[in-house]
Design a protein around this ligand. Structure first.
Ligand SMILES: [Zn+2]
Length: 288
């Protein structure tokens, strides 16, 4: 742990704003990363400082982020550690956190990053503890997809020592789907936890132009089978599960279509709604 200055001191903020201005201005850096900032969890206990004691660094962090935002060029982004409070997200572009992957306990029915949906312009990089994906924690990658979120790539000089075989396969699938549908996953037209017809299943919706992606999590410890979603019927449209590489069965009556699924216990799916002509390439994504 490095030295953490008291952020109630104007001089420290001036120094850090000046440093960030130099990096993004003179050196043309495009990302300012604010290490240790984000949660506002540090507290100054000193009684001889010009602030109440104890004083959380929450206020100083917010002030610092705001001042850096005002000082650096518009095309330079600010990324912090941890998960900042909502009032600070207007000043920064990204953060990384372990919320949905590191602290996943049995008490959490569905691992949701609600910030990602409330502030779709802010990018969240999710990390998994230990940075190493050689044990069973690679399995949690599916929740990055479920949230339509970004992944905090571990540092690795020798990738083979960091990524197990299963993790590599899931990585490829995850990144391929996210790149293919980048416009939907980076869209502002997103909705978490839309109504579903099967108890214990959860669905998030991502829209861009005429494309729709639904990510699905079956939180049950048994297979979820049957009608999952009720949507408006669209002619010449195909529905494909990109994660499992299989077409989705539909039932249509009048103006209504039902998406019929079979999703394994604790598994996810990623359903795309695409015009029929695109269906062949979509199918190949999950199948490889
Ligand atoms: Zn202090």
């Amino acid at each position: 742990m490095g030295y953490v200055p008291c952020l109630a001191f104007q001089e420290w903020l001036d120094y850090m704003v000046e440093s960030a201005t130099f990096l993004a201005g003179d050196l043309d850096a495009k990302i300012i990363y604010l290490d240790q900032l984000g949660s506002g969890a540090s507290i100054c206990e000193r009684t001889d400082h010009q602030h109440k004691s104890p004083e959380p660094h929450f206020y100083g962090e917010r002030k610092l982020t705001q001042r850096i935002r005002e000082a650096i060029p518009e095309d330079a982004v600010i990324c912090s550690e941890a998960h900042p409070e909502d009032t600070r997200l207007q000043f920064q572009n990204a953060f990384y956190q372990g919320g949905i992957l590191r602290y996943l306990t049995r008490q959490i029915q569905v691992p949701m990053n609600m910030t990602r949906f409330a502030f779709p312009d802010v990018k969240c990089f999710n990390n998994i503890h230990g940075y190493v994906l050689t044990d069973n924690n690679w399995e949690r990658l599916k929740f990055v997809l479920f949230n339509g979120d970004a992944f905090f790539m571990p540092r690795a000089y020798d990738p083979a020592s960091f990524f197990g075989k299963e993790a590599t396969l899931d990585f490829r699938k995850l990144f391929r789907i996210q790149h293919e549908y980048a416009d939907a996953f980076t869209s502002s037209d997103v909705e978490p936890l839309i109504p579903t017809l099967i108890p214990g299943t959860f669905v998030n919706q991502f829209r861009a132009d005429e494309k729709v992606i639904w990510t699905v999590f079956n939180a049950n410890y048994r297979t979820a089978k049957g009608k999952l979603l009720e949507i408006a019927a669209k002619p010449a449209t195909q529905y494909v599960d990109l994660w499992n590489g299989a077409p989705i069965t539909t039932n249509t009556a009048g103006d209504t279509t039902w998406l019929v699924v079979e999703i394994g216990p604790r598994d996810v799916a990623c359903i795309s709604e695409v015009p029929e002509k695109k269906s062949t390439s979509q199918l190949s994504i999950g199948a490889e």
